[in-house]
Design a protein around this ligand. Structure first.
Ligand code: COA
Length: 177
């Protein structure tokens, strides 16, 4: 008989519900609720509504934040991500706060999770990937399509794969109205 879900899904689901010390059925309902919010947040047309929906999922989002379309804030651990006031996250960025191997590579890469912090006023251009544990200092800019695997100091322009600071930015941080 064909199983409703694969063994892989069962193992992963068990791991994650244990991580949250949660009853599997309650966890399943919460997961479903957050999944609906995430699908809506990916596509509603008003940026501040997208921010609000991601906030409802558990992402820590400050005031006056711009969130683009189809941004993936860790689907399992949204609460590990913080986005400071006035920060902007472009379309199709991925912020992944956890890591793990497949069922056959878990010994080398067990499940781990680490917070991601995006500072005040940071601008992450479209298509960037930010890995677990990374902090981007305030008023920095990350060039389009970059992969950020290490902390970026404040007031920096960082680019590339892996992202490296190529320039320090003068005169940033003051609010333009
Ligand atoms: C942040 C950004 C504007 C920086 O641009 P910049 O300071 O003007 O940099 P330059 O265009 O002068 O390029 C300087 C060098 O960095 C390289 N570079 C620029 N952006 C890069 C990136 N995202 N990744 C890798 N290299 C990049 C350039 O090829 C150039 O290399 P070279 O000196 O060997 O020719 C740019 O990376 C970016 O993200 N542009 C897209 C902005 C965008 O689409 N925004 C959408 C808003 S909704």
């Amino acid at each position: 008989m064909t199983a409703v879900v694969s063994n892989r899904d069962k193992v992963t689901y068990g791991e994650v519900s244990n991580y949250y010390h949660s009853n599997k059925i309650i966890f399943g309902f919460k997961y479903l609720y957050k999944w609906i919010l995430e699908r809506l947040a990916s596509s509603v047309p008003v940026p501040s509504w997208r921010a609000k929906l991601h906030k409802m999922r558990g992402v820590n989002i400050g005031e006056n934040v711009y969130i683009g379309y189809d941004v993936v804030f860790d689907r399992i651990h949204p609460e590990l991500i913080t986005v400071g006031d006035y920060a902007e996250i472009g379309d199709r960025c991925i912020l992944s706060a956890h890591s793990r191997g497949s069922l056959t590579t878990r010994q080398a890469y067990p499940r781990t999770a680490d917070p991601i912090r995006i500072g005040r006023g940071v601008c992450v251009n479209p298509g960037c990937i930010i890995t677990q544990g990374v902090e981007i200092g305030e008023n920095s800019i990350i060039g389009i399509g970059s992969v950020v695997t290490r902390d970026i100091s404040p007031n920096s322009l960082a680019l590339g794969y892996p992202a490296r600071v190529v320039k320090k930015l003068d005169g940033v941080g003051e609010l333009q109205t």
